[in-house]
Unconditional design. Structure first.
Length: 49
């Protein structure tokens, strides 16, 4: 399981510039990273399938 810092870095790395929209693949990755970050923040450390 990645740390919150690692997840935040991965989320920030998705955008090359704030005005550049994410691709559909990047949006999916963003959603996955955010869900993983929320799980860490609430202490849910069960592995995803």
């Amino acid at each position: 399981m990645r740390s919150a810092e690692e997840l935040n870095a991965a989320i920030r790395a998705l955008w090359s510039h704030p005005q550049v929209p994410l691709t559909s693949v990047q949006r999916e990755e963003y959603a996955r990273l955010c869900a993983e970050l929320v799980a860490i923040q609430r202490g849910d450390v069960t592995a995803a399938a």
